[in-house]
Design a protein around this ligand. Sequence first.
Ligand SMILES: Nc1ncnc2c1ncn2[C@@H]1O[C@H](COP(=O)(O)OP(=O)(O)OP(=O)(O)O)[C@@H](O)[C@H]1O
Ligand SMILES: [Mg+2]
Length: 213
Amino acid sequence: MIKFVGRGQTLSSLHQKLQERERVAIFAIAGMGGVGKTELALQYSLYHQQRKTYAGGICWLQAGEVDIGTQIVNFARIQLDLQPPDDWDLEKQVSYCWRRWREGEVLIVLDDVRDYQDLESYLPPAESRFKLLITTRRQWLGESFEQLNLEVLSEAASLELLVSFVGEARIDREINEAKQLCGDLGYLPLGLELVGRYLKRKQDLSLAQTQCT
Ligand SMILES: Nc1ncnc2c1ncn2[C@@H]1O[C@H](COP(=O)(O)OP(=O)(O)OP(=O)(O)O)[C@@H](O)[C@H]1O
Ligand SMILES: [Mg+2]
């Protein structure tokens, strides 16, 4: 398990946006990958699963993979015990599931959306209890989405992430090099994590030695 850092404020603002609006999209400037969009959605889901915030359940869907309609129907069959008739076409089966979905607020996460148009016909009805959270590299999904623009980590959070891999002593010993390294990696979680894991394996390597020449 990696330590989740630097997003306390963002988690609460995400929750607030989902209270106010039915649809929220997490994206990053310039469609940047590795900023932590999926991780944020995941941590949000885990946090609220533990607290049972969403009485109607949390349904995680992988937009890039198996057809989204099939994922929804499978979830409804397994988790909610729904039985949409097999001989109906998929779109009809999906809307059968939405209509009979468990009571209470529902969080639907659609991770890594590329072609939003392909998914639209499977989305939940416009009822305020269905909350839709999307992560995407795309910039604009339409008016109905509230946007959450995810930034790279702060320097402090970046250091905290490195510390979680290599320990406090090693970072403190070379704090200036560590700060430089975070900057060189653009404070990007993906890069920090890779370098953190590398440093963890190479116990004898000094941080200064990792710097590009
Ligand atoms: N706040 C964080 N604390 C610790 N690790 C993080 C954090 N955010 C992201 N990471 C880690 O960084 C890596 C990249 O994050 P993630 O996959 O969420 O990026 P992404 O924005 O969804 O990228 P993509 O556009 O490629 O889908 C992951 O391994 C993730 O665990
Ligand atoms: Mg992602």
